[in-house]
Ligand binder design. Structure first.
Ligand code: MLT
Length: 279
């Protein structure tokens, strides 16, 4: 344990059911902004930046931005989704939220299932968006470690967005909605290289999460973009099959990031589900 302080930056808005949404890689909490206006109708929406990304620091220096919560004394030298999950649990403690509806997109889903492993009693409902349950293959792990090394050696300017954009968005989003492509590129370019490297190493080390999903008795919604090539509909169906109370929603025309590509359709699916959850 290095004992350095980590500051988690988060954006909060709305009132109602506490809903914590964890972002994908390699972006930050702002990926939820297009969805936020609709969710605020019935939820207190809390969107943290994962440590090292967005405005959350990796090394304990002060986070910038609107609302900040310095949390825990956690090691910054052990990249792990369990450490990212501990950050979220400490943030919930600070906000005095014993139970929340927890959601995550892709990497955010890996962290959400790590929260589920650590503290299932704090999760009143689970929303998994374009994510998957298996651990990485050796090849995927090796690729992540080489991306982490390159980020540390060269920074991330240009190459990270160039290599990821074609897979993050559906073909229809890329062809017809240049403003979404540019917004996503800017979000990726804004990420600190050391946070990108930390996140890749954390994901490389993550375990399989099927056991945690099978054990979760609460309501669970699994959403997937029909054109997601990173975590495709087949991966979503595997999670629904594992979740005792899982339901599947497939969004036509969306790729890996429906909060940016299809926010209205995503809100239409999530809001009625959320309304049925007792926190
Ligand atoms: C993400 O969107 O968070 C990443 O693509 C997830 C991953 O690399 O497995």
């Amino acid at each position: 344990m290095s004992g350095r302080m980590v500051a988690v930056h988060y954006i909060e808005s709305g009132a109602g059911t506490p809903l914590v949404l964890l972002h994908a890689f390699p972006v930050d909490a702002r990926m939820w902004n297009p969805l936020r206006g609709r969710l605020e109708e019935q939820a207190r929406v809390i969107t943290p930046d994962q440590r090292g990304l967005g405005e959350s620091s990796l090394d304990g220096s002060t986070a910038r931005g609107m609302l900040e919560a310095p949390v825990g004394k956690l090691p910054v030298d052990r990249p792990s989704v369990d450490v990212a999950a501990a950050d979220i649990l400490e943030l919930l403690d600070q906000l005095e939220l014993p139970r929340v509806v927890l959601g995550g997109c892709s990497m955010g889903g890996y962290v959400a299932t790590a929260v589920l492993r650590a503290a299932p009693q704090r999760v009143a409902g689970l929303l998994l968006v374009d994510t998957k349950a298996p651990a990485d293959t050796d090849e995927q792990r090796a690729n992540r470690l080489s991306v982490a090394t390159r980020a540390e050696e060269e920074g991330i300017s240009g190459w990270l967005a160039d290599s990821m954009l074609p897979n993050l968005l559906s073909a229809s989003t890329r062809e017809r909605r240049p403003e979404v492509v540019e917004e996503l590129r800017a979000l990726i370019e804004a990420q600190p290289a050391d946070g990108v490297a930390w996140a890749q190493r954390a994901m490389a080390a993550r375990p399989d999460s099927f056991v945690a999903l099978r054990a979760f008795g609460g309501p669970a919604m699994v959403v997937v973009g029909a054109e997601d090539s990173i975590t495709p509909p087949s991966a979503a169906r595997e999670m629904v099959d594992a979740l005792p109370r899982g339901e599947l929603v497939e969004l036509a025309g969306s790729g890996h990031l429906p909060s940016m590509e299809s926010p209205e359709a995503l809100a239409d699916a999530v809001l009625p589900w959320l309304a049925g959850i007792e926190v």
